[in-house]
Design a protein around this ligand. Structure first.
Ligand SMILES: [Zn+2]
Length: 536
């Protein structure tokens, strides 16, 4: 709830949150003295997460705690709700009733006696292995199938993929990954992972080999779709969480079996796992696949995967389902065709993965792709008040006939203008597939090699922005784009890093849309037919 008129004052005086983001902090400060009073009674354990406290001690001590909370709580806004309180005996064999009984109160409103095997705290099951397993199964898998089925039925592949990654995949399991040792719920983790794999294959409309799926599981930064497997990352998360908790508690905890002495943070450990997996995938691949894996793990190449599909700032990030599926398949090395075919426009060979289609010079697709990228740069530059000029004539003298400036700014730096030349190259075709950095080599040879000398003594700097069809961009291009984004963000009064992230997303989506369209224009609706037709 947001109230803008400041007409009412809503006091945050009871309960934890009450719509106030700082409420939890105030609440904890408010009950701190009570927690300290309980501590003064010397319980074995006394830890609180806001209004959820756990206290361990003998029966007399716990009865005193009960009285303390009952009398000291209400003045500070903490009202005991006995039916939400639980009592457990730490001796599993003890069957005595709960020592706290309230008079004249119905049974369902009494303090609950929870058996030792069913103890849970803060949503973490701590009881028997069987209880933990059932608990995780219910919470993790309970409604997953129905929600994921709804996603699969969603006709927008891009939005469904996005939602699967950010809301329904591993994020659902993080709570258990960090709080519950994997061996207690391993089979549910495996089931969970297979449900997610099933969902993404149905959303994208093509099955994946184990190797392709291993790539899909990587973080987008390393060329994946960010669908990490819980079974592969749960131990890393649990170990990181255990060490962080020990540090926060400032207590002496001895290492449980299998717990390493030192660990990385969950984020670092998971990234390291993904890096090793990426290196492994590269090592078992042929030349084309290794190049594909390396190049789609370059900075910004994943921006179309992480882009929020939203048209608030233009249509670029909305990718049609067929386009999106082709773009993802191209990234993951999924065969689009049963076998290679001749290009319907020029008769050169299009291989199973669509190579050649991404660089076929017939019918103007390359020009459309080039101009789309060029126009986006011009558009952002005009927002940034850089007065861009398209295809400016006469930069290298009135007679040269050469036009190196796709986009030209009359004022850029040090009193000089800037000519930008834009290009897109395919890192997977035979002349590029063995190059370490195709976009850098292309910029150096095809652009600077051709033009640098001619720019000496002119009023312009010269820059080349070269993309690869898998989304990487040369470092000079990245720098120039970042500078243009900076100008645009300033003029719009936007925060730079969020504007910049969005600009990369838009530019990446528009590039991948062009590339996927080129492939579709040449394979004529034959995509994935082989994969989807039933085996003979
Ligand atoms: Zn062709």
């Amino acid at each position: 709830m947001l109230l803008y008129d400041h007409e009412f004052i809503i006091e945050s005086c009871a309960g934890v949150q009450q719509g106030d983001p700082l409420g939890p902090l105030y609440f904890c400060c408010g009950i701190m003295s009570l927690v300290n009073e309980i501590q003064a009674l010397n319980p074995v354990y006394n830890k609180w997460y806001m209004d959820d406290g756990g206290i361990i001690g003998d029966v007399d001590l716990l009865k005193k705690v009960w009285e303390l909370i009952k009398t000291r709580g209400p003045p500070m806004g903490l009202h005991l709700n006995p039916s939400k309180c639980e009592w457990s005996w730490l001796d599993p064999d003890c069957s005595a009733p709960c020592p706290i009984r309230l008079e004249d109160v119905a049974e369902e409103n009494q303090v609950k006696l929870v058996p030792h095997s069913e103890i849970q705290m803060l949503g973490v099951p701590l009881g028997s292995d069987a209880f933990v397993s059932d608990f995780v199964e219910k919470k993790l898998l309970g409604r997953l199938l129905s929600t994921v089925t709804r996603l699969v039925d969603f006709e927008d592949s891009q939005a469904a993929t996005y939602l699967l990654r950010v809301s329904y995949s591993i994020v659902r399991a993080v709570h258990f990954m960090r709080s519950t040792p994997l061996h207690q719920w391993h089979k549910h983790a495996v089931k969970f992972d297979s449900m997610i794999r099933d969902a993404i294959e149905k959303i994208l409309g093509f099955p994946m080999s184990d190797v392709s799926y291993a790539q899909a599981c990587l973080t987008p930064k390393l060329g994946g779709l960010g669908l990490r497997k819980t079974a592969e990352h749960a131990n890393l998360a649990y170990q990181a969480s255990w060490h962080e908790s020990r540090k926060t508690a400032r207590e002496t905890w001895s290492l449980p079996p299998g717990m390493p002495e030192r660990v990385l943070s969950q984020k670092e450990a998971s990234y390291q796992f993904d890096e090793k997996m990426h290196a492994h995938l590269v090592s078992i691949s042929n030349v084309r696949e290794a190049q594909r894996l390396r190049r789609c793990a370059q900075p910004h190449a994943s921006s179309f995967v992480t882009a929020v599909p939203c048209d608030d700032d233009g249509k670029e990030t909305i990718m049609k389902p067929r386009i999106f599926r082709i773009a993802v398949a191209y990234r993951l090395g999924i065969p689009l065709l049963k076998e290679e075919i001749p290009c319907p426009l020029c008769k050169q060979t299009i291989n199973q993965f669509g190579d050649h289609a991404t660089c076929c010079a017939r019918n103007g697709d390359l020009i459309i792709r080039h101009n789309t990228q060029r126009n986006f740069i011009e558009y952002l530059a005009s927002i940034g008040c850089l007065s861009p000029v398209l295809e400016k004539k006469g930069i290298l003298g009135p007679t040269s006939g050469r036009r190196p400036g796709d986009v030209t700014f009359m004022r850029w730096a040090q009193g000089k203008g800037l000519c930008i030349d834009v290009a897109v190259t395919c890192p997977l075709i035979s002349s590029q597939v063995t190059l370490a950095e195709p976009c850098e080599e292309y910029a150096a040879r095809q652009k600077h090699g051709k033009y640098d000398e001619s720019f000496i003594g002119t009023d312009f700097f010269f820059s080349a922005i070269v993309w690869e069809t898998l989304g990487a961009v040369n470092s000079e291009g990245e720098e120039v784009l970042r500078q243009i984004f900076r100008f645009a963000a300033k003029q719009l009064g936007c925060e730079f890093s969020s504007f910049c992230g969005r600009a990369w997303a838009r530019i990446s989506c528009s590039l991948q849309t062009s590339v996927a369209q080129e492939i579709l224009n040449r394979i004529d609706g034959r995509e994935f037919l082989d994969a989807l037709s039933p085996a003979p």
